[in-house]
Write a protein that binds this ligand. Structure first.
Ligand SMILES: NC(=O)c1ccc[n+]([C@@H]2O[C@H](COP(=O)([O-])OP(=O)(O)OC[C@H]3O[C@@H](n4cnc5c(N)ncnc54)[C@H](OP(=O)(O)O)[C@@H]3O)[C@@H](O)[C@H]2O)c1
Length: 288
């Protein structure tokens, strides 16, 4: 059985991958920059290794005996003063170089659906640059391209709780987001495969309007939906790019871009957004 090094175990998806490795009894090493953050993980006998992925020297020796590296490392909400090029590209490049030096057999990397066609966004440019290096490295690899994560859509329940959900245009843009646990299963299946690219989404293809209705339904409230004209989205996109620092415009520009295009990928998993919304609606407002 392969020994797996997981970089990103403290994140939303990484935590589910750690659990999936544990539940399948796979030998694992979890790499983290903060040992206290892995303390609560359901990780069985997984070994914990401390390193700063943005500093190549700290990775030395961490991959001895490792067969496959999985990386979910990337900036989502972190505010470390680093750029996507430092982390989504640079840190993953460091992991790849260490893996090549240590004789690792395979590398599984989590990117974004349609990232290749959104390279005008700093996050996608950094991720795709890493994908290009990974392809050129000669190592066996899989790039996972998920459509979107359930946790990113919890914002709709928060909006519904405040009384109104805003959708772009007529709300007809479609996506099939996936639960972290379902994506983790796809990711761990990919450890032994040899498919270079896996585009993947969840079991339900939903419009933005559908998602807004599900958020209100979960709270047991009548829907109140406001449509934001497409011109407002375009103006906001242009303004955030020119008027805000990178740490603000990076995530916002990504959000405003994917909000206007279908993000539908081949379906996997069985967890439904309706159930996820019911779970978070049942929690106290501060916890959702
Ligand atoms: N639509 C999509 O396809 C989609 C949607 C969401 C995410 N994604 C991508 O999927 C990947 C995983 O997402 P996620 O939601 O699990 O993200 P997440 O919760 O933010 O986890 C990201 C991981 O990267 C690590 N990381 C970030 N910056 C770091 C730094 N400077 N130094 C060391 N480690 C750092 C984090 O460590 P700490 O916990 O220590 O910060 C964490 O373990 C990301 O690359 C994300 O861009 C794709």
């Amino acid at each position: 059985m392969s020994t797996v090094l997981l970089a990103g175990a403290t994140g939303y998806l990484g935590r589910f991958i750690a659990q999936e490795l544990f539940s399948r009894g796979m030998p694992a090493r979890l790499l983290t920059r903060d040992l206290s953050r892995v303390a609560g993980l359901d990780r069985g006998t997984a070994e914990i290794v401390h390193a700063e992925v943005t500093r190549r020297d700290t990775l030395r020796g961490t991959m001895e005996g490792v067969d496959v590296v999985v990386s979910t490392v990337g900036i989502t909400r972190q505010q470390d003063g680093l750029t996507y090029m430092d982390v989504d590209y640079g840190a993953n490049r460091n992991l790849l170089e260490e893996a090549l030096g240590a004789g690792v057999r395979r590398f599984v990397y989590v990117s974004v659906l349609h990232g290749e066609t959104m390279r005008d966004l700093a996050i996608c440019e950094a991720k795709e640059r890493f994908v290009a290096d990974l392809k050129a490295s000669g190592m066996s690899y899989t790039v996972l391209r998920p459509s979107g994560f359930f946790n990113d859509l919890a914002a709709l329940v928060r909006m519904a709780r405040r009384g109104r959900v805003y959708v772009f245009g007529d709300g007809s843009v479609r996506a099939n987001p996936i639960h972290g646990a379902d994506l983790a299963a796809v990711c761990v299946d990919a450890l032994e495969g040899d498919v270079p690219v896996i585009e993947v989404g969840g079991p339900d293809v939903l419009t933005q309007r559908d998602m807004a209705y599900l958020a209100f339904e979960a709270l047991g409230r009548p829907p109140k939906i406001t449509h934001i004209p497409p011109s407002v989205r375009r103006t906001a996109l242009a303004m955030v790019r020119t008027c805000t620092p990178g740490r603000v415009h990076g995530p916002l520009a990504f959000f405003l871009t994917v909000a206007a295009r279908d993000m539908v990928a081949p379906e996997a998993g069985f967890r439904r957004l309706r159930d996820y919304y019911r779970q978070i609606a049942a929690r106290p407002p501060a916890a959702s």
